[in-house]
Design a protein around this ligand. Sequence first.
Ligand code: ADP
Ligand code: MG
Length: 468
Amino acid sequence: LWHRCLTRLEDELPSQQFNMWIRPLQVAASADGAELTLFAPNRFVVDWVRDKYLERISEVLSELQTGPLPQLRLEVGSSRSRTTVVPLRPAEATPGAAATATPPSPQPMAQDSDSRAVPADLGGARKHRSNLNTGFTFSTFVEGKSNRMAAAAAQQVAENPASHGYNPLLLYGGVGLGKTHLMHAVGNELLRRNPNAKVVYLHSERFVADMISALRNKTINEFKRFYRSVDALLIDDIQFFAGKEQSQEEFFHTFNALLENGQQIILTCDKFPKEVDGLEERLKSRFGWGLSQPMEPPELETRVAILKKKAEEARVDLPNDAAFFIAQRIRSNVRELEGALRRVIAHVRFTGAQIDIGLIKEALKDLIALQARQISIDNIQRIVAEYYKIKITDLLSPRRTRSVARPRQISMALAKELTSHSLPEIGENFGGRDHTTVLHACRKVKELRESNPEIEEDYQNLLRTLTS
Ligand code: ADP
Ligand code: MG
């Protein structure tokens, strides 16, 4: 489980962060599996990980876990020797804590001792429990230009589930933009309107894992019956189905059965499904049968509104200028925004001071520094073109004359050094060049800088301009 969690975090986090904070963690599970302890090399790492990553770790674990979520602990030491025990206070004083830190529980699938994945409620007379995150509702979701259409579609589905044209509902977009939140909001609203509805949420990775164990344990029929018995099936991050042919096959049948029976399906994906490699064509086209809504990164006003709302939920007074100050600096997604606010609030609680710009600068100093250092390829191209007095389009063009080829190579080398883009991505940004061209450019520039003082000076000048 930890291993899969690591793989996921490695995908999500910038590699430098991952290698620095997450990779060194050691893990030990208690004999009964009820506790999972992460060991960090020292107190500092413990604090840092707890502050910045723990909530996400527990989220990922809860998405990957079949059965009850183990209690997470974070300690100084190694998996062999224990030293200080640092009890975890799972994000008690944080905004939206209910929304993010609480793993969806109870789980719909229980794992019995022989680890057969059996739907917990199968045939049970009890009212169905749901594994929705009750903090993710429409009322805690802030609407703005970037998500208004998606929110409206979600609201429609919640009001008229399985109506023609709205099934499946597919929400797609980058990480941290509220796809999972909106999906749960629909589920919660369906349940509010009909407490007997059977609403099942699960991450597609768990669908895959559960299916595999059902096949192994010859419980595939129960598996099928369970998923076909729901009123609404919420499957998160369907990009994880890519390349998993058998799961796609099974999901395809489940999907059809549900659609035919007038049961609602809600899906999320990190991009438009047609663009997911390794997803069968028939699934791609089927996903598009209902309503697909993109979710975009929130604009400044929405980011401010989200901050204000989350601060209010945490009963903290966040003045407008302070909200703007944060929103202007944290632009990527809502998850990052929440993380920043959480740190500001922790700082407030710790120091007892009022929130003002000074306090925010202090609380977020490393984040802000990181942000400032974030240099884009566009930026590099603009500065290099200016420096060599050529046009940006020359950098992207196929022209090979020395006067443009050299600056182009230098920009590529700078992009490699200063951004976290991969070689293929850099090539793509230079008029669709191949990654080998970029690699060649980097080597060439390295060689030139060593042999030609003029080029070394140019390079240093450019570095200075870009990083100051
Ligand atoms: P995704 O599934 O797109 O990666 P999530 O739904 O997990 O993103 O959202 C990340 C975090 O940001 C969650 O805590 C969620 O509650 C919060 N969030 C995202 N969008 C909004 C919004 N519009 N209003 C309030 N909170 C939001
Ligand atoms: Mg999500």
